[in-house]
Design a protein around this ligand. Structure first.
Ligand SMILES: *[C@@H]1O[C@H](CO)[C@@H](O)[C@H](O)[C@H]1NC(C)=O
Ligand SMILES: *[C@@H]1O[C@H](CO)[C@@H](O)[C@H](O)[C@H]1NC(C)=O
Ligand SMILES: *[C@@H]1O[C@H](CO)[C@@H](O)[C@H](O)[C@H]1NC(C)=O
Ligand SMILES: *[C@@H]1O[C@H](CO)[C@@H](O)[C@H](O)[C@H]1NC(C)=O
Ligand SMILES: *[C@@H]1O[C@H](CO)[C@@H](O)[C@H](O)[C@H]1NC(C)=O
Ligand SMILES: *[C@@H]1O[C@H](CO)[C@@H](O)[C@H](O)[C@H]1NC(C)=O
Length: 470
């Protein structure tokens, strides 16, 4: 069982039942804005017993998480057996990290506060683009034995809570891919799920509809009715690092992202500040609306590229055609970018570093190693990066620019600090991680920093532009 810790902060939110605005009149004018709270935010640290880490230790953990996440993606794509470079970290990761059977797992880096039910109960959920379901730890049908725990959703107290019956089409067809339990002793029994993890832990619960209350950017609230949620009644094994559940942001039929985007003009966007900025500086996830670009200090034009929805579900895939360094295209076999050939690229907010499939990783590292060969290489056995150097005399303006090129002509040129990363004082490292081949390449959240990303699910395109995100 997860150990529950009382959180006074949430109790305060719990009391803030404001005025609820219901309807779609303001749909486009007033987008939903959710604060993305980073895992390392001091706001959360009080709640999560996390050991003090050096920056290097933090990167080690990030890379371990990234590798685990990549393996889960491989598993989802049926590339479980794929063998790539099996470095020690990867082996270590397979022992330490909970490996999921493919349902949502919530290893994302960002948390959001979300209200569930009527009257609203507030929870802290992991916002995860890899997840297909929103679920909360929950109690149901326990009468006066439910207890009063604030970090559990008390479904019996919500007048809008409606379990999905197991005999319904929704359960039998719509939720078939979501680890629905086949058991259906009577037609009105709730449609159950059982997420099992490779490490043996499980999350048991059932699907239901309920109302989610969200804040609009104009400060008002809005209720989204009949949103699919998971009522997780028991978990066994490793918990979710202090979160009350997961907010699914993947591209699938019932995720919060697709449902909310549908109601708010088909779009959502986020802008991530520099990962090394003070952790109390917020990022926001915005649904719908024309984002007020001037407010987000855009410092360049917005470019668009096609969003490949449903090709690597539930992820947001893009069609990369190549990588250039210093304006020179690298010689990378095209199958690396081809989903049908076992390759492909996703944009993922829950992966920190950028993972490149082996046939892309090797030429990228060779070109960048050459570019920084003037600085003394620092060799160390304790990873997690393959190439680090003494950055005392580092001159950023001498580094050739790295760029992702997309099949439709768009070009994403991140700042140097997004791929030559400060890992410790006087120590910079090339911030790429090798991924097994065949396999998926991932543009991670550090690469995405200082850019506004707008996912247009209606028009199947993603826009990006440099921004300070403040
Ligand atoms: C909505 O906004 C209010 C007031 O700014 C804040 O107290 C509350 O936590 C927010 N709710 C959510 C779900 O973010
Ligand atoms: C849950 O919501 C979906 C989508 O709005 C709806 O089709 C379905 O009938 C609802 N089910 C229940 C049990 O309320
Ligand atoms: C969504 O639902 C439709 C119709 O039920 C189905 O054809 C489609 O495969 C589903 N999509 C996903 C991503 O599950
Ligand atoms: C963030 O924390 C720093 C101290 O660590 C403080 O000086 C600053 O005012 C805080 N900023 C915000 C937006 O809370
Ligand atoms: C966008 O933000 C700027 C600066 O905050 C403001 O002056 C402008 O009126 C806003 N535009 C819209 C359309 O809201
Ligand atoms: C970095 O290199 C540029 C271009 O050669 C040069 O103009 C600049 O003075 C250098 N900066 C430092 C701090 O050495």
């Amino acid at each position: 069982m997860i150990e529950w810790r009382p959180i006074s902060l949430l109790v305060i939110f719990f009391l803030s039942v404001g005025f609820d605005f219901h309807g779609f009149l303001f749909t486009h004018a007033n987008p939903i804005r959710l604060e993305l709270i980073h895992r390392d935010n001091p706001l959360l640290i009080g709640q999560l017993p996390r050991p003090k880490q050096t920056q290097l230790e933090r990167f080690k953990e990030l890379v371990r998480n990234d590798i685990t996440r990549h393996r889960i993606i491989s598993y989802k794509r049926g590339q479980w057996g794929a063998s790539g470079r099996r470095n020690d970290l990867e082996l270590e990761a397979s022992i330490e990290m909970p490996m999921h059977s493919g349902a949502d797992f919530g290893t994302g880096q960002y948390f959001v506060e979300v209200k569930v039910g009527k009257p609203a109960q507030q929870f802290l959920l992991i916002a995860d683009t890899a997840s297909e379901l929103m679920w909360v730890n929950c109690r149901h049908g326990c009468g006066n034995k439910c207890g009063t725990h604030k970090r559990l959703f008390h479904a019996d107290r919500s007048s809008s809570f409606r379990p999905v019956p197991c005999a319904s089409e929704m359960c039998k067809v719509g939720l078939a891919d979501l680890f629905r339990s086949p058991k259906c002793p009577s037609p009105s029994t709730p449609c159950g799920y059982e997420f099992s993890y490779v490490d043996g832990s499980v999350a048991l619960g059932f699907f239901a509809n309920d109302t989610i209350t969200v804040n609009l950017t104009n400060g008002r609230k809005m209720m989204l009715d009949n949103m699919l949620i998971g009522c997780t009644e028991s978990t066994k094994g490793q918990g979710f690092l202090g979160a009350d559940g997961v907010l699914g942001l993947g591209y699938a039929n019932y995720t919060f992202a697709t449902t909310a985007a549908k109601k708010f003009g088909g779009k959502f966007s986020y802008c991530l500040v520099d990962h090394l900025s003070p952790k109390n500086i917020s990022n926001y996830l915005v649904f719908g609306g024309e984002r007020n670009h001037s407010k987000h200090s855009l410092v360049g034009n917005v470019q668009y590229t096609k969003l490949l929805l449903g090709v690597i579900p539930p992820f947001y895939a893009v069609s990369v055609s190549g990588i250039s360094i210093g304006g020179k295209m690298l010689n990378i076999t095209p199958s690396v970018w081809d989903v049908n050939a076992g390759g492909g690229t996703i944009i993922d907010s829950g992966t920190s570093l950028t993972l490149l499939a082996e046939p892309a990783y090797t030429p990228v590292m060779m070109a960048l190693e050459l570019a920084v060969s003037a600085y003394d290489r620092l060799v160390s056995d304790d990873g997690p990066f393959e190439y680090c150097f003494d950055s005392t005399k580092f001159n950023e303006s001498l580094v050739p620019k790295f760029a992702f090129h997309f099949a439709d002509g768009a070009r994403f040129e991140p700042p140097v600090k997004s791929y030559i990363i400060d890992v410790a004082p006087q120590r910079k490292c090339l911030g790429f991680v090798p991924a097994s081949w065949p396999g998926t390449s991932i543009i991670g959240n550090i690469m995405q920093q200082n850019h506004l990303w707008e996912f247009d699910l209606g028009c199947h395109k993603v826009g990006f532009a440099p921004s300070s995100c403040t």
